[in-house]
Design a protein around this ligand. Structure first.
Ligand code: C2E
Ligand code: MG
Ligand code: MG
Ligand code: MG
Length: 293
């Protein structure tokens, strides 16, 4: 039901009801109220260094805890939040909440990185730097522990933009390219911009050692991206690692970091805290053991 659809430039939610004819319910006011009523929550997914297996950090992933619909995934409401601009206050809340949580977890896991996804609207917003400075100050999170995930498209647009990336870098936060390899981009941006991490998109990882016969071209692509990242002095993280064979390949190719269901699913802060308290912050058995959290 609540699936945002683009139509004529707007996004609406359609609740087809044959008896009353199709009614159009706009999500916009519901999203607005959600912010006031604190219905947004963050799940966190762990990221690990390989081969050490040490916890590297977390990625904060937004969900909407809707009173009737239950947990709504970001794909169902972020497009609308972007169109309406609501993603700006929502995104500000995300960064603040994630920063506070990172400080709390840092007591047990010093230096843990907190990665947050940034939308294009937030990135274009002139207050971004000031907001980030305030959040870092209020939470006490060292800037180097905050990693902002941007897409290739956002970086391409930043070519013409105002030095936002340089100002982010001056602030001391880390910058990651999310979903690397899926955008239409001119790789020259990698040379010009102060990026720290490449996140290889999960579609590449999943075609690796997947259900069907192995395609050596998948392996070639991934190992080329890892080498490219290393040649440019970047850390390379593989997203969407689900199978031990994928992890083994990534380790063999000297991929720096891994994230995926095999190693830990996104989970609410409480579950992650319990897991952190129980585990010595390491990837047990190189990830081939029990998946967690
Ligand atoms: P993303 O940043 O690329 O996040 C990775 C997505 O893959 C997450 O989906 C995560 O739950 C999922 N995932 C992680 N490991 C695996 C795996 O092993 N297998 C599979 N099949 N999936 C895996 P999620 O949480 O539904 O988020 C989807 C997208 O929504 C994110 O993609 C990101 O682009 C966006 N998003 C999430 N939170 C925020 C936010 O706070 N702000 C903004 N602007 N976008 C967000
Ligand atoms: Mg991401
Ligand atoms: Mg991604
Ligand atoms: Mg994505």
């Amino acid at each position: 039901m609540y699936r945002a659809k683009r139509r004529g430039g707007g996004v609406s939610v359609y609740t087809p009801d044959p008896s009353r004819g199709p009614s159009v319910v706009t999500l916009e006011s519901a999203l607005n109220r959600a912010l006031e009523r604190e219905e947004f929550i963050l799940h966190y997914q762990p990221q690990f260094d390989v081969p050490s297996g040490r916890l590297r950090g977390m990625e904060a992933l937004l969900r909407w805890q809707h009173p009737e619909l239950g947990l709504v995934p970001p794909s169902d409401f972020i497009p609308l939040a972007e169109v309406t601009g609501l993603i700006v206050p929502i995104g500000r809340w995300v960064i603040g909440e994630a920063a506070r949580q990172a400080v709390a977890w840092s007591r047990r896991s010093p230096g843990l990185t907190m990665a947050v996804n940034l939308s294009a609207r937030q990135f274009e917003q002139p207050d971004l730097i000031g907001d980030l400075r305030n959040i870092l100050q209020a939470s006490g999170l060292p800037a180097a522990q905050l990693e902002l995930e941007l897409t290739e498209t956002m970086l391409m647009q930043a070519v013409e933009a105002t030095g936002t990336l340089e100002r982010l870098k001056d602030l001391g936060v880390r910058l990651a390219v999310d979903d690397f390899g899926t955008g239409y981009s001119n790789l020259a941006y990698l040379k010009h911009f102060p990026i720290d991490t490449l996140k290889i998109d999960q579609s590449f990882i999943q075609s690796l050692a997947g259900a069907g016969p192995n395609d050596p071209r998948d392996e070639a692509l991934i190992s080329a991206v890892i080498q490219l990242g290393h040649a440019l002095n970047l850390k390379v993280l593989a997203e969407g690692v689900e199978q031990p064979a994928q992890l083994a390949f990534l380790e063999a190719q000297q991929c720096d970091q891994v994230q995926g269901y095999l190693l830990g699913r996104p989970a609410p802060a409480g579950s992650i805290s319990a897991w952190l308290a129980a585990e010595p912050s390491r990837l047990a058995d190189g990830g081939r053991g029990t998946p967690h959290p």
